[in-house]
Design a protein around this ligand. Structure first.
Ligand code: SF4
Length: 64
């Protein structure tokens, strides 16, 4: 099972991850990232991989 890791010191609340994988990531009203599925379903992994790669501050990682 893959697990999403967020480096909160790096996240700047850009919302790129939310736009790519909205079932997994959401910015709350204060701009703080909420991870709804820290262990994404198989069908969500491609979108999560995209988010990991496209996060502008490299704040995301997927641990196997
Ligand atoms: S894409 Fe990266 S910087 Fe932007 S909200 Fe997601 S984790 Fe934070």
């Amino acid at each position: 099972m893959s697990r999403v890791q967020v480096d909160r010191d790096r996240c700047v609340g850009s919302g790129v991850c939310e736009s790519l994988a909205p079932e997994v990531f959401e910015l709350d009203d204060d701009g703080v990232l909420v991870v709804h599925r820290s262990e994404p379903d198989a069908g969500q992994l491609d979108a999560v991989h995209d988010a990991v790669q496209q996060c502008p501050t490299r704040a995301l990682a997927l641990a196997e």
